[in-house]
Design a protein around this ligand. Structure first.
Ligand SMILES: [Zn+2]
Length: 208
């Protein structure tokens, strides 16, 4: 996609997430791959009002291009792009239920959410947990890069979700799916029937 169109698309997706309550205040950030750079929401910006010309541009090595300063969480977006050549966009939210999930004691660090629905089983195949590190810590980016190899979603402990997709629409859809599934988890509590490993396997065999 041409850079101008990509900027417009990124802003459209960020605003849409904000408008529907997935982001609030200045929380969350969205990025997209643009050649050998990324476009990312700027530091201190709101996903609800950010404009295309305000987006920051950063090389994959982390060098800022132009005047706009990237989100201080851009370093972990970069770690994902460097690790995964198939990823074209990354969405990071502080959406309420996924953040609540990230704050639970005794999380299954290999896969933090039980599978309640077929769509979730097919779209988010696993939700590994990245141990708590302060935002902006270089080690956080390294850990995220290390865990991003074989999953399209990560949960940052005591922080929130990160999803990655082939494009912006894909990454945003995963972020929404993850938030809704976390919400279900809290609504259902122990009453929920999760899909069995066999049922999940059958789904994946049938639908890929
Ligand atoms: Zn964050």
């Amino acid at each position: 996609m041409h850079e101008g169109a990509l900027r417009e698309e990124l802003v459209r997706v960020a605003r849409s997430l904000f408008a529907r309550g997935y982001s609030f205040g200045t929380a969350g950030n969205v990025s997209a791959r643009c050649g050998d750079t990324i476009l990312v929401t700027p530091t201190g910006s709101s996903m609800g009002t950010v404009r295309a010309e305000e987006l920051a541009q950063v090389s994959l090595d982390g060098e800022t291009i132009g005047a706009a300063r990237p989100s201080k969480e851009a370093h972990f977006h970069l770690a994902i792009y460097r690790r995964r050549s198939d990823v074209g966009a990354v969405v990071h939210l502080h959406s309420t239920y996924a953040v609540a999930l990230s704050c639970l004691k005794d999380l299954d660090r290999h896969d933090a959410l039980p599978v309640f629905t077929p769509y979730f089983a097919l779209r988010i195949r696993r939700l590994p947990v990245v141990r708590y590190l302060p935002p902006g810590d270089p080690e956080l980016a390294a850990e995220i890069g290390a865990l991003a190899g074989d999953t399209n979603a990560l949960l940052l402990e005591n922080h929130g979700p990160v999803t990655m997709g082939r494009d912006l629409a894909d990454a945003a859809a995963l972020a929404e799916e993850l938030e809704e599934q976390a919400k279900l988890y809290f609504l259902l509590g122990e009453r929920g029937r999760t899909l069995s490993p066999d049922e999940v396997r059958t789904l994946r065999d049938r639908f890929g």
